[in-house]
Write a protein that binds this ligand. Structure first.
Ligand SMILES: Nc1ncnc2c1ncn2[C@@H]1O[C@H](COP(=O)(O)OP(=O)(O)OP(=O)(O)O)[C@@H](O)[C@H]1O
Length: 513
């Protein structure tokens, strides 16, 4: 590997503290008998610093871009280099006494690639080295499970049809270097992800990782939900998304990135995170939504602009602008079960959760083997409206957008107050007849993270709702970005029913409120 490591003069000052990566919380104390420093040869040592592994090696001095122990160092006046614990993928030593450390090399926002450091050790130090390696791995993984058993699903048509290539080049090397157990399957047709999840041996895997857009996670969660042991399967099986599609909101929210190699690293280090899933009943169907539901301008721009695909991502902005300028309205009757009705209350709820420390373990009880999907507390869209709900006419509705996660696309943190498992879905409603320049300002405010504060943006947290579109012959409804019939539907949130992997264990990687 040809790598350039940190260039700090002080071996005990960690570059990771410069805001590059989030250290993981320790799940267990490092072994008592482990030394902090391991001497490797006469002139080198490996030290467990505060947040980094510090490699001190006199052979680095004067090594003009020379390779040392498999790593190439650029400087010739430094004897130390630091590797953030977050980037350490694996460490081991073999019978010959060689110690090997694999890490993800690269800058926080660019591609990372596995790199290796190896040193020869004195064989007599075997026990000490074992304890030191364990100590390093405790710091590297914190509460995250090591050597995850991963069922990888690749959508060969994800994005521009490059998911397989992205997986091979950027994702597989990180997962392999981390010693994940991999079982890779390529989806063969639309709906294949549902079938795979429905028939998956949930004892054999810890994670289903979808190298795709948000479409395959949607299928996987629906497949797990169809099983007779749905509640247990949704609890046991963490679902992850590794960016390989055109819409990669899930990775952005949980991993804080749409860079595939960085997302792979985040998955390797991810903490099990309970997530709310929402039942959508429409006609006689019940489907599971993990991301969003939209009726009106967002749905129409997302689903009704196929003819503008040649424009790439500008198609969405263009589509929205056209509808804003023509002041399109989408009348509907809406009933909601509100949990936090004002922005102040929403903000307070968000801050209460955000102030908690990272979740170290998943404390939900494991559901019984025969427990399926939870029953619907409020019935279906075909039942009479629950007594305490009121159907309110929205004659001038412009945008109805419900989100379970914050980012809907890289520059659209539409639901900044969203929390993975607060039992609520964040609901945004905006009138369609607001003045044109206010409407365009609203669009710009989303990109600038100023959307939540706008007075004409209605933002609540709700646990259930019903929406009945009216006075329109046809239109668009989007559930997790998928088109569904233009017909009334009802939504009900199930708190912490599903499982994902995230950096913090309880928050999204978006700027909150
Ligand atoms: N082999 C396949 N052939 C055809 N469709 C497939 C295949 N595998 C998966 N799909 C479908 O592709 C759809 C889109 O998948 P995904 O979200 O991964 O990609 P995307 O590029 O983000 O999608 P979009 O077209 O929504 O922008 C999924 O709904 C899935 O059903």
């Amino acid at each position: 590997m040809t790598m350039e490591l940190g260039v700090d003069q002080d071996p005990f000052k960690d570059p990771s503290l410069d805001g590059a990566s989030t250290p993981l919380p320790p799940s267990q104390p490092p072994p008592h008998d482990a030394p902090d420093t391991l001497a490797v040869g006469r002139t080198a040592s490996l030290t467990l610093g505060t947040d980094s592994l510090v490699v001190l090696d006199e052979a680095l001095l004067g090594s003009k871009g020379a390779a040392c122990c498999g790593v190439q160092f650029a400087g010739k006046s430094k004897t130390t280099r630091s590797i953030p614990f977050y980037n350490i993928l694996w460490a081991e030593h073999d019978g010959d006494g060689d110690i090997t450390i694999q890490y993800a090399h690269g800058e926080p926002k660019t591609n990372v690639r596995p790199a290796i450091i190896t040193y020869k050790l004195d064989k007599s130090e075997g026990k000490l080295v074992d304890a030191w390696i364990e100590s390093l791995l405790v710091r590297a993984y914190g509460a995250s499970q090591r050597q995850k058993r991963v069922k990888v699903l690749i959508n060969p048509f994800g994005g521009q049809g490059t998911a397989q290539k992205i997986y091979n080049k950027h994702i597989a090397p990180i997962l392999a270097a981390s010693r994940c157990e991999l079982d890779v399957e390529v989806t063969k047709y639309s709906g294949h992800g549902v079938e795979i999840a429905q028939n998956l041996d949930i004892e054999a895997y810890d994670v289903v990782a979808c190298c795709s857009g948000d479409g395959i996670p949607h299928e996987v969660w629906n497949g797990l939900s169809k099983r007779p042991d749905a509640a247990r399967a949704l609890h046991k099986m963490a679902v992850a998304q590794l960016p390989g599609g055109s819409g990669n909101a899930m990775s952005l929210n949980f991993n804080g990135t749409i860079n595939p190699s960085q997302a792979a690293l985040a998955m390797v280090k991810g903490l099990r995170t309970p997530v709310d899933l929402t039942s959508i009943t429409q006609g006689d169907t019940r489907t599971i939504s993990f991301l969003s539901q939209s009726v009106g301008i967002v749905a129409e721009t997302d689903l009704g602009t196929e003819n503008m695909r040649w424009m790439g991502s500008a198609r969405f902005t263009m589509g929205i602008l056209i509808r804003l300028i023509t002041q399109t309205i989408y009348p509907a009757d809406i009933a909601v079960k509100v949990e936090y009705d004002t922005k102040a209350a929403v903000r307070e709820a968000y801050r209460a959760e955000a102030s908690k420390s990272p979740r170290e373990k998943d404390d939900r009880p494991l559901p019984r083997i025969d427990s399926g999907l939870p029953p619907l507390k409020h019935g279906t869209v075909n039942d009479p409206l629950p007594e305490s709900w009121t159907l309110v006419p929205h004659d001038k509705l412009g945008n109805f957008y419900a989100g379970n996660q914050s980012y809907m696309s890289p520059d659209a943190n539409f639901f900044p107050a969203a929390l993975p498992s607060d039992g609520c879905i964040d609901l945004v409603r905006i009138r369609g007849d607001i003045r044109r320049h206010t409407a365009i300002g609203t669009l710009l405010a989303v990109a600038k993270d100023e959307f939540f504060e706008l007075p004409h943006v209605d933002y609540q947290k709700v646990s259930a709702y019903r929406i009945i579109p009216r006075d329109q012959k046809d239109g668009y409804i989007s559930i997790d970005g998928e088109k569904v019939p233009f017909a009334p539907f009802q939504a009900e949130v199930h708190r912490g029913l599903g499982t994902a992997l995230s950096k913090s264990g309880h928050l999204y990687e978006a700027k909150g409120v």
